[in-house]
Design a binder for this molecule. Structure first.
Ligand code: SAH
Length: 213
C-alpha cells in the first residue's frame, strides 16, 4: 500500500484534532503529520488509521491511540540525538514518532511475532531506530544504558527498578501505572537517588507482562 495525498489530508486533520485536545509540541505534531500510520495497521483497519483510536495489531496487542502517543512523546521532551529507550515496540508507530522527533531509539518487544514484523517494516518506510530487541522490557537494556529518557507503552503494575537505574540524571521516564486502567506518570531523575513524580490523566493500555522463564 502507498502513502497518498488523501492520507496526507487525513493526517493534517488528525493533527488538528490533537491540537484541539491540547498537544502543543510542534516537533511531535510534525512527526505525526509525516508518519503514514495506515502502513502500521492490518489493511482491514487502514481506512480508519487517522481516527484518534487504538486498533488491534498482531499477538493480541494494540497500536496506541495517536493522542496517547503524542501525549507520552510530549512528556519526554526529546532533544535531537537523545538516547531513548522504548518498552513495547508493538506496531512500531510510537518508535517512528520518536525517530521523527530526533531520538536515537532503542526499543524492546516481548512478542516475537511483533518484533519480527516491525523489524522488517520500519526500514521499508525509511525509519531507522538504533536498536530493536526481542526481550523483557522489565529488565530494560542494561548494555545500552544510560538513557536520556524512557517510555513504557504498556500498563505497568509498578515501576520496574532497572528502568529507574538506567535513566540518566536529569532524565525522564514516562510510564502508565496501574492494572485495570493507568495513570500516566512522569518521573524525573533529580540525583542518583531522588526522583520527582508527576501524575497526569487516566489512560488504558494492554498490560506490561513479565516473562515466566
Ligand atoms: N507502542 C506500541 C504499543 C503496543 S501495545 C504501538 O503503538 O504499537 C504494548 C506492547 O508492549 C505490546 O506489543 C506488548 O507485547 C509489549 N509488551 C508487553 N509487556 C512487555 C515486556 N515485558 N517487555 C517488552 N514489551 C512488552
Amino acid at each position: 500500500m502507498k502513502d497518498t495525498g488523501k492520507h496526507q489530508g487525513l493526517r493534517n486533520q488528525l493533527v488538528q484534532t490533537l491540537q484541539q485536545k491540547g498537544i502543543k509540541d510542534s516537533n511531535v505534531l510534525k512527526a505525526i503529520a509525516s508518519i503514514p500510520r495506515h502502513l502500521f495497521l492490518n489493511s482491514s483497519f487502514a481506512d480508519y488509521a487517522y481516527q484518534d483510536k487504538a486498533f488491534p495489531i498482531a499477538a493480541g496487542q494494540t497500536i496506541s491511540q495517536p493522542y496517547t502517543v503524542a501525549f507520552q512523546t510530549e512528556l519526554l521532551q526529546v532533544k535531537t540525538g537523545d538516547k531513548v529507550l522504548e518498552i513495547g515496540t508493538g506496531s512500531g508507530y510510537q518508535t517512528a514518532v520518536l525517530c521523527g522527533v530526533g531520538a536515537k531509539v532503542y526499543s524492546v518487544e516481548r512478542q516475537n511475532e511483533l518484533f519480527k514484523q516491525t523489524s522488517l517494516l520500519l526500514p521499508k518506510l525509511g525509519i531507522n531506530p538504533k536498536h530493536l530487541s526481542f526481550g523483557d522490557g522489565y529488565k530494560g537494556l542494561p548494555l545500552h544504558a544510560p538513557f536520556d529518557s524512557i517510555i513504557v507503552t504498556a500498563g505497568a503494575p509498578f515501576i520496574p527498578q532497572p528502568l529507574m537505574a538506567q535513566l540518566k540524571i536529569g532524565g525522564r521516564l514516562v510510564i502508565p501505572l496501574g492494572e485495570d486502567h493507568q495513570i500516566m506518570t512522569l518521573l524525573i531523575r533529580k540525583t542518583e537517588s531522588q526522583f520527582e513524580k508527576h501524575e497526569f490523566g487516566e489512560f488504558r493500555f494492554v498490560p506490561l507482562l513479565e516473562n515466566k522463564n
